[in-house]
Design a protein around this ligand. Structure first.
Ligand SMILES: NC(=O)C1=CN([C@@H]2O[C@H](COP(=O)(O)OP(=O)(O)OC[C@H]3O[C@@H](n4cnc5c(N)ncnc54)[C@H](OP(=O)(O)O)[C@@H]3O)[C@@H](O)[C@H]2O)[C@@H](O)CC1
Ligand SMILES: Nc1ncnc2c1ncn2[C@@H]1O[C@H](COP(=O)(O)OP(=O)(O)O)[C@@H](O)[C@H]1O
Ligand SMILES: [K+]
Length: 504
């Protein structure tokens, strides 16, 4: 698990690293730039025949740019270096490295208000080292004009953060002039902006470049934001038991499907059955019985009295994991059935899709949600629950407030799905890809989560494990058959591989 930190926290970690490892700030910059250089050479080998235009500010982000320029120059890449003095005083590290470049006779050009004509070819590459974590106000003036010109380039690699974007909160940033990078090489610590859809087109694909910051210093920083990694899940996985039987592996219930939407029930059920549940029951209207008995013979079907949709859920105490929502529809009687269930149930629920939509239209039922439930809205469903937001930052505030209010977990789905806990901690998922943006992918997640709760995982562990394994199944599917063709069925198909990888 990596901590997502603010710029001021990162500055403290940098400082402690230098003190504890007896490094000067020039040495730390040299290490940072060397790791950037190594990553750049291996990951962007195909740029080797292009001219690399490196744009440096006169702070330490610019310093990183100068050292990277020196290393690329020595390695015989074609580099052109430019710098801009937007701050009245050069940082010491920038100044020292500028001297080194001058001594090595590496050509370097100063841009200023009167001189910023740039000639960059389509195949050329721009490295953006103008501003990093030191940006403290919106970019204006001639630096803004330079950024606008650079944005006409097709290949832009930003160092640490695309210039013009702030690490954590951009609500007071006009965002008029921000580098639109194709890739961002962020220095070791994930920043909140990397996970926000609004800034995705400025950040492009991103990578974290380890520079050996002091682990204790990182430990000492407090943050509510975390980036969840595969290694975190391994610790949560329950060992398999030789004398296990279907009873000890838990009995799950899915309340799912309605006329025309039985596919959702089939997907959730198959996902649950690939996620270790001992026994699975599916509550469904009469029209779904034959479909389910054929498509999912391993599951038992509990038949509703209604032909087309769910109207009445009787006893649920025997189930340890209960998932409700996929393909459920929002018929009047289904709404009543949900209200009845909420009054009846004491164990945490997995609540998805139409069950969320029903709750959104009956806000007074939210207080009936059992403590520790897992709600899995996509942003559209979440908006119905909490109203519109004006920024991603406000969205996270609403998420925290909502989780506290319903004393439950929410997985806000999308790229870097975000799990928020009732205590207000945020965990961004590191698996998953855009190939999963297909109908039915969310139904698969509901099945997985229901199975994990049934097996006795705590809600928090189930949410972390489920979110990670679901995304990993997507990543393996993408590698095996490609993002275009993969769909929800493939997530189920590759789920066993994902569980095996997490267990390795
Ligand atoms: N040992 C280390 O420290 C390491 C640091 N590392 C690297 O350092 C980077 C952070 O460097 P940094 O703190 O010098 O800030 P940076 O982003 O270069 O900005 C420079 C100055 O610009 C100014 N400014 C702000 N906003 C402005 C605006 N809108 N328009 C105009 N000016 C504006 C502001 O100064 P001000 O004008 O407020 O006095 C600010 O101080 C980090 O991203 C990483 O790449 C790595 O090498 C690892 C080791
Ligand atoms: N661009 C993306 N990157 C990563 N994961 C994604 C992306 N788009 C969708 N997903 C994942 O796919 C699932 C889609 O769920 P949802 O929108 O509820 O689909 P449905 O309701 O059709 O089942 C979520 O788990 C989400 O995190
Ligand atoms: K930058």
């Amino acid at each position: 698990m990596k901590k997502v930190l603010s710029s001021s926290a990162i500055r403290r970690v940098d400082k402690k690293t230098m003190e504890r490892l007896s490094l000067s700030s020039l040495q730390l910059m040299e290490i940072a730039a060397f790791n950037l250089f190594q990553f750049f050479c291996s990951h962007f080998q195909f740029y080797q025949t292009s001219t690399i235009h490196i744009f440096c500010g006169n702070g330490n982000n610019g310093g990183d740019g100068l050292v990277l320029a020196r290393m690329l120059f020595k390695a015989k890449w074609k580099v052109k270096v430019y710098y801009l003095r937007f701050s009245s005083k050069d940082s010491n590290e920038f100044a020292a490295n500028l001297n080194q470049l001058n001594e090595m006779k590496i050509p370097i050009e100063e841009l200023n208000e009167n001189r910023f004509d740039l000639s960059i070819q389509q195949s050329d590459v721009v490295i953006d080292a103008l501003f990093g974590s030191g940006l403290n106000r919106s970019v204006q003036g001639f630096v803004g004009k330079v950024i606008d010109i650079l944005n006409q380039s097709e290949h832009i690699v930003a160092i640490d953060i695309p210039s013009g974007l702030m690490a954590a909160d951009n609500r007071n940033n006009s965002l008029e002039h921000v580098i639109k990078a194709t890739a961002t090489l962020s220095i070791q610590v994930p920043k909140l902006c990397l996970f926000q859809p609004t800034y995705a087109e400025c950040i492009g694909e991103w990578h974290l470049i380890d520079i050996g910051l002091d682990h204790m210093a990182l430990e000492e920083e407090q943050t509510p934001y975390y980036f969840l990694e595969r290694s975190d899940i391994k610790k949560l996985i329950k060992p398999s038991r030789t004398f296990a039987h279907k009873g000890t592996n838990g009995h799950g219930l899915l309340i799912s499907g309605s006329f025309g939407m039985m596919g959702a029930a089939v997907l959730s059920a198959n996902a649950a059955l690939r996620s270790g549940v001992g026994l699975l029951s599916i509550h469904t209207p009469k029209c779904g019985v034959e479909i389910l008995q054929q498509a999912v013979p391993q599951a038992m079907v509990e038949v509703d009295i209604h032909q087309y949709f769910t109207t009445c859920i009787q006893s649920v105490e025997q189930y340890k994991g209960i998932g409700i929502g996929p393909g459920l529809g929002q018929a009047e009687n289904t709404q009543k059935a949900i209200h009845h269930l909420l009054q009846l149930v004491i164990q945490p629920l997995v609540i998805d899709a139409d069950a969320l939509n029903i709750l959104a239209s009956h806000q007074d039922w939210l207080s009936l949600i059992p403590t520790g439930s897992i709600l899995t809205p996509h942003p559209g469903e979440f908006k119905r629950l909490v109203g519109e937001w004006n920024s991603d930052e406000e969205k996270l505030e609403k998420l925290k407030e909502f989780c506290g209010k319903v004393k439950s977990y929410v997985i806000l789905k999308g790229a870097f799905s975000c799990l928020c806990t009732p205590e207000g901690l945020f965990y961004f998922n590191s698996t998953g890809n855009e190939g999963m943006a297909k109908g039915g992918s969310g139904d698969v997640l509901t099945g997985i989560l229901t199975a994990l709760l049934a097996q006795g995982y705590t809600s928090e562990s189930a949410a972390m494990f489920g979110m990670m394994v679901h995304g990993l199944a997507g990543d393996i599917a993408a590698e095996s058959i490609g993002k275009v063709s993969m769909n929800a069925l493939d997530l189920i198909e590759f789920l066993p591989h994902a569980f095996m990888q997490l267990n390795d």
